[in-house]
Design a protein around this ligand. Structure first.
Ligand SMILES: O=C(O)CCC(=O)C(=O)O
Length: 271
């Protein structure tokens, strides 16, 4: 099955165990250095709590930490160590942190984007997603073009498994071929904050297939593909490095996207 027909592709062993170890070790260090009294911003796709949250907006050009919704007790204290409480770190790891930058700006990544016909691609966001054991939050069905909209659409999701991802620990699920239906709705930022321009469409659970992959696999996701992941109720984490490419030639970045950069991102290549 091809990327064009199913809207995703799994590239097994895309990344070496050494590269994976380097990214995981670097994230351990970043977490150790993170002062969790400095923020308590929560990431949830079920309840869009960011609305006019500057910590969230500014994360577009920073390395920022977002907690799991279920990380806190009723008094607002963490129920477990910070290392097991963070939902994700985003959204500019790929440009600020040298370990993540090295992987993101690699020849292999550029070759992949050339094969997808990108002319002057930039990585517009990156996220280290933890899917913590027991509390790793659900990511509701969505299309990446909703959040990272260009006219015409050009977003591709790149999702690297840093651990084996299984049905038990919250792997990705997708509706094969759903990208052919086009973009359903957009996530807009305006003077009221962030919100969707249309209601949440309903999907049939039976249409989703699990994308169980080994650590080191890269899942390439068409920007219109409907995909999701369930809560991680297992005792194993499911770390992933997810980042998104858009083109900057032949299309226009929408000014009402949530990301409003002060400095234009550096292209991976210019062809
Ligand atoms: O890692 C996950 O659980 C979901 C990630 C995702 O949907 C994305 O990065 O677009």
């Amino acid at each position: 099955m091809s990327f064009q027909s199913q809207g995703y592709l799994v590239l097994e062993s895309f990344t070496s165990p050494e590269e994976i170890n380097a990214m995981r070790k670097r994230m351990d260090q970043l977490l150790d250095e993170f002062d969790c009294s400095s923020t308590s911003s929560i990431f949830s796709t079920k309840n869009q709590k960011h609305t006019t949250d500057n910590y969230f907006y500014e994360s577009a050009e920073k390395v920022s930490f977002f907690f799991e919704e279920k990380a806190f007790d009723e008094d607002g204290n963490l129920k477990q160590p910070k290392q097991l409480s963070i939902n994700k770190v985003g959204h500019a790891l790929h440009e600020i942190d040298l370990v993540f930058k090295k992987f993101t700006f690699s020849e292999e990544l550029s070759s992949l984007l050339k094969s997808l016909d990108y002319k002057r691609p930039v990585i517009i966001q990156s996220m280290y997603i933890f899917k913590q054991p027991g509390i790793g939050g659900e990511v509701v069905p969505h299309q990446d073009n909703s959040f990272l909209y260009t006219e015409p659409t050009t977003c591709t999701g790149l999702w690297l498994a840093l651990e084996d991802a299984t049905i038990l620990n919250g792997c990705l699920w997708a509706i094969p071929g759903s990208h052919k239906g086009g973009l359903v709705r957009r996530f807009i930022r305006d003077e009221e904050g962030v919100h969707f321009d249309r209601p949440f469409p309903s999907y049939e659970e039976k249409d989703f297939v699990p994308l169980e992959v080994k650590a080191g696999s890269l899942v390439v996701i068409h920007g219109d593909l409907i995909h999701q992941s369930f809560e991680n109720q297992s005792s194993k984490s499911r770390h992933a490095y997810s980042f998104h490419a858009i083109d900057t030639v032949g299309c226009k970045w929408a000014p009402d996207n949530w990301i409003r950069r002060k400095v234009d991102p550096e292209p991976l290549y210019v062809s």
